[in-house]
Design a protein around this ligand. Structure first.
Ligand code: GDP
Length: 197
């Protein structure tokens, strides 16, 4: 499915402008700068359709992309940027909460976590939200190329341990590098299962 042309088709600042949920959807979430745009580019091999953010923390829209009429990839706004104001945080929360807890067709959220830094309180807030709404999610460790393999494995184990009582986490921690391509094929396989054929 990731060989299909990636097409941007909607952006939403409020839930009333979400497009009709006609395709299975996979959403991508994470802190600003976690490597979300790079991962979407690497998964689809279509550079430039998803723009890498030059103003982190300021884009508070949910962006919808489709791969033909098979799968929808959803770019959730990044969070946790140091200078973001309270009202930015509130707006983010309302928008993402609404999306994550009510979206029909949402198959899974990939929560991206920087391998070097691990999970932060804001990541756990999102995890709580998904647990409460029973939204399936998986953790994807990013930028594994800048950390020693032993530390990547340690980080994965540490996160796995911290989530072991959670019910909606659906896959083991996945590890990727958009730079070297490591883990990308595996993630394509995991996510491709949700596509419509
Ligand atoms: P976003 O804000 O989550 O969309 O993050 P971006 O995809 O824009 O990436 C943020 C920064 O991390 C950029 O400078 C990227 O070049 C870098 N980056 C993203 N993925 C990787 C990776 O796999 N390895 C390394 N070393 N750097 C990465």
């Amino acid at each position: 499915v990731f060989r299909n042309k990636l097409e941007f088709f909607a952006a939403a600042k409020v839930s009333s402008s979400f497009p009709p949920p006609v395709l299975p959807e996979i959403a991508f979430a994470g802190r600003s700068n976690v490597g979300k745009s790079s991962l979407l580019n690497a998964l689809t091999r279509q550079w430039g359709v998803v723009r890498t953010s030059d103003k982190p923390g300021l884009t508070q829209t949910i962006n919808f992309f489709r791969l033909a009429s098979k799968l929808c990839l959803v770019d959730l706004p990044g969070y946790g940027f140091a200078y973001a104001k309270e009202e930015v945080k509130d707006a983010w929360e309302e928008l993402v909460k609404e999306y994550v807890s009510t979206r029909v067709g949402l198959q899974k959220v990939c929560l991206l976590v920087d391998t070097k830094w691990g999970m932060k309180p804001r990541d756990y807030e999102l995890v709580d939200l998904m647990e409460r709404s029973q939204t399936p999610y998986q953790i994807v460790l990013t930028k594994t190329d800048i950390v020693f393999p032993i530390d990547v494995a340690r980080r994965a184990m540490q996160i796995q341990e911290s989530l072991k009582k959670n019910k909606s986490v659906v896959n083991p921690v996945t590890m990727v590098s958009s730079k070297t391509g490591g883990g990308i094929r595996h993630l394509r396989t995991v996510l491709g299962k949700f596509a419509r054929f």
